[in-house]
Design a protein around this ligand. Structure first.
Ligand SMILES: Cc1cc2nc3c(=O)[nH]c(=O)nc-3n(C[C@H](O)[C@H](O)[C@H](O)COP(=O)(O)OP(=O)(O)OC[C@H]3O[C@@H](n4cnc5c(N)ncnc54)[C@H](O)[C@@H]3O)c2cc1C
Length: 292
């Protein structure tokens, strides 16, 4: 798609102008990890599908799962799938603990997606002529696997990143979403949740008053306490009302403060369920103007 000379009305702007690349970068490791996980899930599915077929298909008087050459291929692939899967679990844990594992996520994406191509190729072979036919799932799985080493950063680019880190000691740090708010207020876990909520309320009130009107209504649900922003007029007005809003963002006080400090990436927070958004997603994208 190519957009040329397109004017986007201010109310349709998603997020902050000029920050698009930072939003994108914030999701790259998770995208790679998701790519690796889906590749491994696909491998497991394809292998099980093939094993079922091999247990039924007969050639030369026996089931084809009795041929040693095929059995060894299955054994090899099952072992490789298991090891890359364990690596992925390990990275999921790192991700869960907010660790920015660029090298490892790139390695997992590379290994898992390349393994997927190999598994799909072999599994199609197990099905013989049927594997090639569109009537069998295998043909589609074989074709679909090919995008995995291309999209979300191609294998060549993964190798480039890994080589830079392994050979040249290059470090890639998490992109921080710029925020002036990082110095304002903090929740170090020592104060009560009441104090933390009041602190957040004042931060939002202050920011909302100086930022342009949202054009919508937005509500924060912070552990059952609410902050309601009505930005439908010329300016944003803030209250503690629990009124239905165009969009409701549910998160904890701690996660809200982590967002402000740039310690928690918004996209990661949404994808890992730390932030739950209901209603109009476009309104949630305007959150950035309340954080800066
Ligand atoms: C079905 C599909 C869905 C997609 N979905 C999305 C999406 O949702 N969002 C999105 O942003 N993009 C999406 N993409 C785009 C995808 O990320 C790109 O296709 C991918 O990054 C490769 O870019 P390219 O196609 O321009 O290939 P090119 O950049 O032209 O690369 C061609 C070949 O050259 C290699 N190459 C390129 N640069 C280098 C280098 N520096 N060193 C070594 N080798 C190199 C590549 O690895 C590749 O093998 C999608 C693509 C497809 C096919």
């Amino acid at each position: 798609m190519n957009f040329d000379n397109v004017k986007v009305p201010v109310e349709n702007l998603i997020g902050e102008e000029g920050q698009g690349f930072y939003y994108l970068m914030g999701g790259l490791q998770l995208e790679r990890l998701c790519g690796a996980v889906s590749a491994i899930a696909g491998c497991e599915y394809a292998l099980n599908y093939s094993l079922e077929y091999m247990g039924q298909r007969e050639a030369f008087g026996r089931k084809i799962n009795r041929f040693q050459v095929l059995r060894h291929r299955v054994a090899q692939m099952a072992s490789e799938i298991e090891s890359v899967k364990a690596f992925c679990y390990n990275l999921c844990e790192l991700h869960q603990n907010d660790q920015y594992a660029v090298k490892e996520c790139s390695m997992a994406k590379l290994l898992a997606t390349e393994l997927s191509d190999k598994v799909m190729y072999q599994c199609l072979q197990f099905l013989g002529g049927y594997g090639y036919m569109e009537e069998y799932k295998m043909a589609r799985m074989f074709r679909d696997s090919r995008i995995l080493t291309i999209g979300g950063g191609s294998s060549e680019i993964m190798r480039e990143i890994i080589a830079k880190m392994v050979i040249d000691d290059v470090e890639f740090k998490a992109a921080k979403i710029p925020t002036e708010m990082s110095q304002n207020g903090s929740s170090n876990g020592n104060g009560s949740s009441e104090d933390a909520f009041e602190k957040i309320y004042h931060i939002i009130e202050k920011n909302a008053s100086k930022s342009r009107a949202l054009g919508n209504t937005l509500k924060f649900d912070l552990g059952g306490k609410h902050i309601y922003i009505n930005g439908q007029g010329d300016a944003n007005s803030v209250s503690k009302s629990d009124i239905d809003a165009d969009c409701t963002i549910k998160l904890s006080n701690e996660d809200f403060m982590a967002l402000l400090k740039g310690q928690l990436n918004p996209m990661t927070a949404v994808m890992t369920g730390k932030i739950k958004i209901s209603g109009n997603m476009g309104v949630a994208m305007k959150l950035q103007q309340l954080l800066n």
